[in-house]
Design a protein around this ligand. Sequence first.
Ligand code: C5P
Length: 232
Amino acid sequence: MAKDVIIACDFASGDETLAFLDRFAGEKPFVKIGMELFYAEGPQIVRSLKARGHRIFLDLKLHDIPNTVKKAMRVLSGLDVDLVNLHAAGTRAMMEAALEGLTRPDGTRPLLIAVTQLTSTDQEALESELLIPRPMEEVVLAYAKNAAAAGLDGVVCSPLEAGRVHESCGAGFLTVTPGVRFAEGDSGDQKRVATPARARELGSDYIVVGRPITRAADPLEAYCRCVKEFLA
Ligand code: C5P
């Protein structure tokens, strides 16, 4: 898949999402449907956005026992999404089960990626709350290698870690990176952030951008700026 910008459509309703996307005129951006929108609207929002021609990253971050995740992924395999995810912290057994559940009878499946450490988690929280006394980059790389060993297609990580993930897991192993902010932007709750241009330099395959686009005065202009900086 070619590098691209994914817009995080973190909206409370389908109406709000469709009205937002109507502002993109002829553009059909790659969009991310997260928990808020999916829990509000259910699978129908996936079908609606697909029917409008968008590629879809379904960001539900599954994390449960292997059997439960496998069965949930089987349900999600019936939706025509391009990318789905889970938490690498669920262990290799859970990731392997997820892959099995996601694979359709004809052998096709959406791409499956694993969240390493959330881009809102910093070194201090990693050590004091998650009780992981290792440098963040080392943890992200270990989780990425585990995801690769389980047969997954890539990881969600910070742009700051994308280069090292490619070095360890191969150039074809996808790095999907949230935590993207314009140079003058507010980081909000994100801790491990980079600009779209820096994400490109660091080798991210996809940047996931929410509030810098959804809350911009002119979302189309903000999206085009991301595309220009990231794909330059
Ligand atoms: O608004 P913002 O650009 O921070 O949005 C980032 C999006 O990426 C959110 O929808 C968030 O749920 C998601 N995400 C993340 N960190 C991860 C995985 C997903 O921020 N590790």
